[in-house]
Design a protein around this ligand. Structure first.
Ligand code: AMP
Length: 422
């Protein structure tokens, strides 16, 4: 089977690698100078047996529909299902319809009623863009004044353009976070291994939200019945709520979860593989990813996927000032040294070709340094050793990716035994 992965980032890179274990041929469209098999073409002009669409914006814009209209087999929802990520307001309505526990919220196009709701709520205050904002449209703050200013900036269009002209105010929740990605065939779904990502820019979960600064899998802190509970109480009811709306959802349904003192709640749904969660979940797969995604795209999912015992950790290397505007064109050094280390793969996220043929920075998140190992602690050690090989002026990475997991395993926290409550 020939597979076309649509994307140009670290997620596209890891998808191509893991699909390449079993597919006859994999192209990445458009890809990048750092991703083998890249084909800088319009995916509509590419001939392949299966298309796997990575980026949410393309799905929201209906790429999967256009490919299907040409008779292509596609893994990725149409624009109707992609609204789950394209409109937080709509996502909240679907969650309510499906009876899925989530934070209470309100959606607003005017500042005053939004601010009135903020003033009724306690900290942390949460202000979200309704539309897509590359993971950066969520403010969580302990300052009511900052939240109010953020409402005005988002609604004015200054901060996030049209994505912010509707804002969603949410009740602030606290608790550890987890991601569970499920593969859906329109009617049913199978889970992948849970992962945890780190969304804030700086160590200690400080600074602004980003597209993601690192991730790890498995998550020992996940209660043992978490996967079954999330499938039964969130993913499958959501799939059925979509069907009731006439939506045949074939693709990833990614549940962002918070383990709150009142039980597990869905923070958000994404409609595609997480980036960088894909980098830690997919390499751990011991079953056939090509067959899994093709069967979902055909509407005929079979057995649950299986995972090996190795853990994976990925550390994102970003440009100075990320999530602010990146500085492109800095030469990247040390990738070969990093990849020579045991268990290490470097996934190219935002890279371009320099004048001398080497790779240069070309995005906020530049490289995802991923390591496999017999434990999260060892995978983490390997990943950071590899990060130490890599350099460009202003390279920024967090130093505490997966450290919470290491501490949790060391201390055997009570989360290990905790039951999932809803
Ligand atoms: P989202 O893109 O909606 O998942 O939000 C990005 C991040 O913001 C989440 O991973 C959480 O860390 C944080 N967040 C989102 N919603 C809430 C909430 N209601 N309460 C507390 N933190 C939140």
């Amino acid at each position: 089977m020939k597979v076309c992965v649509v994307g140009a980032d670290g997620r596209a890179h890891v998808l191509a690698q893991v699909l390449g274990r079993t597919a006859e041929d994999v192209v990445v469209c458009p890809g990048s100078p750092g991703i083998p098999g890249s084909l800088p073409a319009d995916p509509l002009d590419v001939d392949a047996d299966l298309f796997v669409v990575g980026p949410e914006q393309l799905l929201v814009d209906g790429l999967a529909d256009r490919l299907r209209a040409r008779g292509r087999l596609v893994f990725g929802p149409g624009a109707d299902g992609a609204r789950l990520e394209g409109s937080k307001r709509w996502m909240k309505a679907v969650l309510a319809d499906a009876g899925v526990p989530t934070a209470r919220s309100g959606a607003f196009t005017e500042a005053q009623p939004a601010i009135d709701l903020l003033r009724q709520l306690g900290p942390p205050w949460v202000v979200k863009t309704n539309g897509l904002a590359a993971g950066k449209g969520v403010l969580v703050t302990e300052s009511l004044a900052e939240a109010e200013d953020d409402v005005r900036a988002k609604l004015s269009g200054v901060a996030f353009g049209d994505a912010g002209r509707t804002v969603v105010i949410e009740e602030g929740m606290v608790g550890p976070e987890l991601s569970l990605l499920a593969v859906c065939d329109g009617t049913t779904a199978v889970p992948l291994a849970p992962a945890r990502d780190h969304k804030r820019a700086f160590d200690g979960d400080a600074g602004p939200n980003t597209g993601g600064m690192g991730a790890y899998s498995p998550v020992a802190q996940a209660p043992p019945d978490l996967v079954d509970a999330v499938m039964d109480r969130a993913v499958l009811p959501t799939l059925h709520a979509l069907r009731r709306r006439g939506i045949d959802y074939r693709g990833v349904l990614y549940a962002g979860l918070m383990l709150t003192p009142e039980g597990t709640k869905v923070l958000e749904y994404n409609i595609r593989f997480g980036d960088p969660e894909a980098q830690v979940v997919l390499p751990r797969l011991s079953s056939d990813l090509t067959a899994l995604l093709a069967s979902a795209a055909c509407g005929r999912l079979g057995d649950d996927p299986s995972f090996g015992d190795d853990a994976a950790v990925t550390v994102v290397c970003a440009t100075e000032g990320y999530p602010g505007a990146p500085r492109p064109g800095d030469p990247i050094a040390g990738m070969a040294e990093a990849e020579a280390l045991d268990g290490v793969t470097v996934h190219c996220a935002g890279v371009g070709a320099g004048p001398d043929g080497g790779l240069v920075t070309a995005g906020g998140r530049v490289l995802d340094v991923t390591a496999l190992g017999p434990s999260v602690a060892e995978a983490r050690r390997r990943a950071y050793e590899a990060v130490g090989c890599i350099s460009w002026p202003g390279l920024h990475h967090r130093t505490d990716i997966a450290i919470d997991e290491q501490i949790a395993v060391d201390e055997q926290t009570e989360h290990d035994q905790q039951e999932v409550q809803w």
